[in-house]
Ligand binder design. Sequence first.
Ligand code: PMP
Length: 381
Amino acid sequence: LLSASSLEVIMDIFDKCKTFTEVKEAKESGLYPYFHSLESKQAPEVMMEGKRRIMIGSNNYLGLTSDDRVIEASVQSLKQYGSGVSGSRFLNGTLDLHVQLEQELAAFMNKEASLTFSTGFQSNLGIIAGIASRNDIIFCDRENHASIYDAIRLSYAKMVRYRHNDMQDLEKKLQEADQNKGLLIVTDGVFSMSGDIAKLPEIVRLAKKYGARVMVDDAHGFGVIGPGGRGTAAYFGLQDEVDIIMSTFSKSLASLGGFMVASSDVVEYVRHKSRPFIFSAAITPANTMSALTALRILIQEPERPKRLTDIAKYMRKQLKEQGLHIGGSEEIPIIPIYTYTPLRTLLACKILFEKGVYVNPVLPPAAPDGECIIRTSYMAT
Ligand code: PMP
């Protein structure tokens, strides 16, 4: 028998950190594209690393992060409620502001109830892991956001992936499913990288046929498409048929946090069963107030999403005329430009950055090698 002291260490969990050289190599080549720092507000023009640059890599769709009304209301709430809530919504952390925001979100989205979470990522963890368990099957579009994948893992439900926006594949997978399980189809409303719109009419039809529920992550649809910016379900007139709509405050609503809207019984269940919701502190007063103020502005100024659509169409037309290969749906302010290989993508980002334009590179594993893009995105302002 070997004594503990004579055991030879074969494997150190940190080994991978020592052999992780890609970043070092990218930095040495001058092509490293990440963690550029801003010295200004998130706006169409920003100060980034000492230079004025055009920002076409932000999700500030309605341009409200630099709106004086949002900032002022947020400062006032900071003064009234302090800098943080030091606890969970469940216990000491609920503010009347959270409740107000939930009521106004539910009313705006024509759903019975709403619940807010500390981030969009955490909303997906909280909703999916709250509602699904071992006995359930979740059908997940391959292009869904990472937080949906992680949420399904956390829920212990069985994950069945279907090909991106491929309704035949979804139907085939639904046919094969055990009908004794709870079934949920989860899709992004607007896909964050490709700018595609989910085929919700078909998804809803299949859900009815096979007894499944539907959840839409509308991080990129809320405030962007549909009547008044109500998102992808409203765009198709399917708000009543989509059971759970989730979105984030970090994009159109100019803050940090996220929410769900659904029927009262579903929201009440998640509110009392969801570990990521219960065991984490609530949104800060300032962030809650910025989201609430941004929501009220969206309601008062429905011309903002309209202008965003016009800008998206204008940019699409111009980029096409330049002969660039672009993707996504006509009215969506996410326009991926295909650069195909990682090297071309990195070079494009670097040249643009030097010319004063910030864009996001999308490289493996976020995109398959050969299908890399620069993701450009636009604001109503
Ligand atoms: N869902 C989708 C589709 C997203 O694109 C994102 C963020 N990029 C999230 C969820 C997570 O939102 P947040 O950044 O607010 O945590």
